[in-house]
Design a protein around this ligand. Structure first.
Ligand code: CUK
Ligand code: CUA
Length: 639
């Protein structure tokens, strides 16, 4: 970047309340106090300096300069649902925007003590004996280029899985293992309809990975996997030589994309960073599906999934667009025209014109000719969001800023170095990973709120020991300039988020009793001739196995005592008959590591081995009634 360019970059000094800008901030306060009464009305500049001295309540009186009110008073509801991936917590979190209040946690691939997820029978089956994971990327299902409010998909990088959450009950309903893959990282659903969800393997492994070719890098490869977003079945895979990082889809259902930061095929850090250019892989979905149909596939591993071999060179299935250097994020702008790839080790983002890709596949233009802009945005660009007004917002990890730039100007600047596409750089605190804006990944991008998911919080919150919260910051992007308006501590480690208008999501207040979970419970009940919504019964299932069906209505279980024998495998199947909103019960068996929630009109079950002879109290752990503490019973264990 030239000095002149640097001049043009306006760092936001006033709203940066970090210690690094404390002195600058104090100067502003001095000036503000002279300006007296105007201070509180000056919007965010006033409010953030005020809050520094008078605490957060003073700040709440004001809205940001962009004009958006970010304070959500008690009793009022947020305008947006934010869905946050939970990283190593294995969850998804629902965060209200703009309040940034955490509304719910949805356990996905990890065990959760509060709800019993990963401990109750059905979730245990779903998790297949693994109860840890690493959820990086959340995306909702689409219809016609925007969210249809049906599902949230999330990857599990740790165990190469794709999970799905139903948005009516906000519970995980399917988890799919992805074969021949490790480090399932970028995922993206198709946007024209709920079609395929594409999943990238970040780690290259020998293909097949069965003990041969351990030290032969040429035998290593990675899979781009297509999963049916309705059935969650793996449909096909494409094998490529490079690793596959972030994922994107176009708006028409023609292409999917993957960044590749290791075109060298290195298996060490030095090896992976050797070349100046890596690639954006473009997958031609129609050509791949045609090959799958025609049986032009190979078998890898157990051969259960057809694999299209696209290793080595550009062809009908995959074209590789050279991108400097170790690209990370790839994001499609809301018009569907451009794919924006972040350079990570290059200070640039590369803008690929999607309309030129047909020409690339037809061999009419070179892959690199699809790049129409490459603005310099800062050191360590990772991910890009959009406002629907032609501007892009790229998270810059090393510089700890968000760079706002204009796409059309960046395209002009590609030929004319006099043009400066950079509009503003906003300090964020600190070391930002993902950024996303309200509806940014849809054609309805509304340019209101931007979230900065910062990996380090350092001095932004009270110290709480060596492990720090992360800092999810809220930025008003409705005006010409970005304004930082809120710091939000987050338990580690959300990677990504999407921000969805609240009218797009329709949660149920009671359990509609549908889906695979109820296929399981209805099957059990049928087997035992039990009506889950009526019966309370103890059924001995041959030697050593007991099923206990119990209903509950606040504040009682329909059964306050049952008898089993030491060593029996006991399965308690509880149905909550209350249809009252927010009235959850649960089942906790003393000293047996047994605890689960049973939501209004839900059935849930848990299995354990009855301990030494004696009396064991079971109780309802969810505060459900004035007599909630009395909601309990005795399990009598006989020798
Ligand atoms: S990755 Cu974490 S900052 Cu897994 Cu989406 Cu880019
Ligand atoms: Cu039911 Cu507490």
């Amino acid at each position: 970047m030239s000095d002149q360019d640097r001049e043009g970059v306006q760092k936001d000094e006033v709203t940066s309340t970090g210690r690094r800008d404390f002195m600058k901030g104090s100067v502003t306060v001095g000036a503000g106090i002279v300006g007296a009464g105007a201070l509180a009305l000056r919007g965010d500049e006033g409010s953030s300096t005020l809050s520094r001295f008078f605490g957060p309540s003073a700040a709440h009186a004001a809205s940001s300069e962009g004009g958006l009110d970010f304070h959500v008073p008690p009793g009022k509801l947020d305008h947006y649902y934010g869905f946050w991936s939970g990283g190593q917590s294995g969850e998804i979190r629902i965060v209200g925007v703009p309040s940034m209040r955490e509304l719910m946690r949805i356990p996905v691939v990890g065990r959760d003590c509060a709800t019993g997820w990963g401990r109750d029978d059905w979730s245990k089956q779903l998790l297949g004996g693994r109860d840890s994971g690493d959820t990086h990327h959340v995306h909702l299902s689409y219809t016609d280029g925007t969210y249809d409010g049906r599902y949230v998909y999330v990857n599990d990088k740790a165990n190469a899985r794709l999970a799905r959450v139903r948005c009516d009950i906000m519970q995980t309903d399917k988890i799919t293992d992805i074969p021949n893959s490790q480090g399932t990282h970028g995922i993206f659903p198709q946007r024209h309809k709920t079609g395929l969800v594409l999943c990238n393997a970040e780690f290259r492994t020998p293909q097949p990975n069965d003990g041969r070719d351990l030290d032969d890098p040429a035998a290593y490869g990675a899979m781009h996997t297509a999963i049916d977003g309705e059935t969650m079945e793996v449909k096909w895979q494409v094998l490529v030589e490079g690793n596959l990082d972030l994922c994107a889809t176009d708006y028409e259902g023609k292409y999917s994309f993957a960044t590749c930061y290791n075109s060298e095929g290195g298996v060490t850090l030095e090896g992976m960073m050797a070349s100046d250019r890596d690639h954006l892989y473009v997958f031609n979905l129609a050509a791949i599906q045609k090959a799958v149909k025609a049986g032009k596939t190979i078998k890898v591993g157990d051969g259960s999934v057809p694999v299209v071999d696209a290793r080595g060179k550009n062809g009908p299935y995959v074209q590789r667009i050279p991108i400097p250097k170790s690209p990370h994020g790839v994001n499609i702008d809301p018009t569907g025209k451009y794919a924006v790839c972040s350079g990570k080790l290059s200070p640039t983002v590369s803008v690929v014109d999607i309309s030129k890709l047909d020409g690339v596949f037809a061999g009419k233009i070179k892959p690199r000719d699809a790049v129409v802009a490459e603005p310099e945005v800062g050191l360590g660009p990772l991910h890009t969001a959009f406002d629907g007004r032609g501007n892009a917002y790229t998270s810059i990890f090393i510089d700890s800023v968000i760079t706002k730039w204009n796409i059309a100007k960046a395209i002009e600047a590609f030929d004319d170095p006099e043009v400066d596409p950079i509009i503003q750089k906003l300090d964020v605190h600190y070391q930002i990973g993902h950024t996303n804006a309200s509806l940014s990944e849809t054609k309805d991008a509304d340019g209101k709120w931007l979230i900065a998911l910062c990996k380090f919080s350092k001095d932004r919150f009270l110290p709480v020991g060596p492990l720090h919260a992360e800092n999810d910051q809220l930025v008003d992007i409705s005006g010409d300039k970005m304004k930082l308006v809120h710091d939000g501590p987050a338990y580690p480690e959300p990677h990504d988020c999407v921000v969805v208008r609240r009218d797009m999501i329709h949660p149920s207040k009671v359990d509609p009793r549908s889906g695979p979970r109820y296929d399981y419970y209805n099957k059990l009940a049928k087997e035992d001739g039990v009506d889950l919504l009526q019966d309370t019964k103890v059924i001995r299932k041959g030697k050593g196995r007991v099923r206990v069906y119990v209903t509950s209505v606040a504040p009682v279980y329909a059964m306050t005592e049952f008898r089993v024998k030491t060593g029996d495998e006991v399965q308690v199947i509880q149905t909550n008959l209350d249809s009252v909103e927010d009235l959850s019960h649960g089942f906790c068996m003393s000293n047996h590591d047994v605890n689960m929630v049973v939501n209004p009109r839900s059935t849930n079950s848990i299995t354990f081995t009855a301990g030494a002879p004696g009396v064991y109290w079971y109780y309802c752990p969810w505060f459900c009634h004035a007599l909630h503490l009395e909601m309990r019973g005795r399990m009598i264990v006989e020798a």
